[in-house]
Design a protein around this ligand. Sequence first.
Ligand SMILES: [Zn+2]
Length: 480
Amino acid sequence: MVMMERVTPPPQRARVRKVAAYARISMETERSPKSLSAQISHYSELIQSTPGWEYAGVFADSGISGTTTNRPQFRAMLDRARAGGIDLILTKSISRFARNTVDLLETIRELKTLGVEVRFEKENISTFSADGELVLTLLASFAQAESEQISQNVRWRVRKGFEQGKANGFHLYGYTDSADATDVEIIEAEAEVVRWIFAQYMAPTSCEAMAAQLIADGRAPQQLASNKMPGEWVRHILKNPSYTGDLLLGQWATPDGKPGRAVRNTGEHPMYLVENAIPTIIDRDTFTAVQAEIARRRDLGARANWAIETVAMTSKIKCATCGCSFVRNRRNPKTQNQITTEHWICTERKKGRTTSCGTSEISDTALKTLIANILGIDEFDDDVFTARIDHIDVTGKDHYTFHYTDGTISAHTWRPNLKRSSWTPAKRAAWAELVKARWEYARKLGIDGRSAPTPPEALAKYRAVAKAEAERLRAERGER
Ligand SMILES: [Zn+2]
């Protein structure tokens, strides 16, 4: 699940003079009072030796628990701040200052309205910097989750991850670049393209067609013209909530042991939505409508992609194991005498991915025959198929589950590539004789059985049996 918290953009920076510090013993790592007195003297010296700073006191709590109620010095500090006696508070780390995100943000916000800045030494953050509160929110949630014992490595990872999310720069097509997204402006020519993309999508037009159009019209940005998959660039525009003016932060996170390798945050870490952070290009209603349309087209699969020739079975034959659709694969003839054949194949398999689904290629003709048999019609028919079949799940080599549009289901076992009906016991026995004859012949010649030629009399014998069996089967079915 993705967690989101709404936060407001930070106000303007204020001048700082009266300086206080807050110190506390951390619960897990420092039980010694020495540590507290060290913090106190560090801050008194720092404040008194910095030009332009007036000493406003060092407040220190030695309580083990970090909740506000049993931190008398913390409350005394807040009281002095409310009375106008403090402009700046120095503290070692977020976890010293507050034990949970709500606590931290409430305090920070109150201090901000009082014009009091808080600086966190370890994290190198000021609540008065442009995105200080956002960074704080993120860091606090990490601090809360990962406790006081966060290693230097993890701290670095958190900061780095946030930088890659947004804090270290805002670059988005349609807007001017910005270091921290506080002074972003719309580039009208680009914004026109964005609006056009949103409008065209609902027309409806595919992302690929829009990309081609933009390139043809010479309206394409550089990113699009040089993009190997220009349709994807258009799709990213459509999915980016920032065009509504809201910024979603924390979309990227850096995994353990892989510094610098940001990956999309899929809900393991909190995300933050900043409303009206930048000027609006697309109103929220339009954006929401487009997201619904994207979801609808995704459900339809290839049927909604106008670039692909659709047939009745497209997107309706599913690989139950891989969770994807079967796609039609046209195989061109290798010799003049062969004809073009069409097969249905699991998409994962077609893409050459390793899959354990065990499905095989199904001949288009064979599949249509199976469907016609099960539907009780003489010949496969697109309209009947569309009207009656919702989808067909294929499990492994031979399990077919038909899901009908009326909600019913039927399960079938079928081996498309074995002509089972003609593989009679007599024919099977004749085939076994032929194989045995070939091996004996090979042994007589002293060569490998696999490369041995078939003895002509054994082949003739098998062919006679096969022909007789075929005739018998035709007679049984009443054919001539
Ligand atoms: Zn599969």
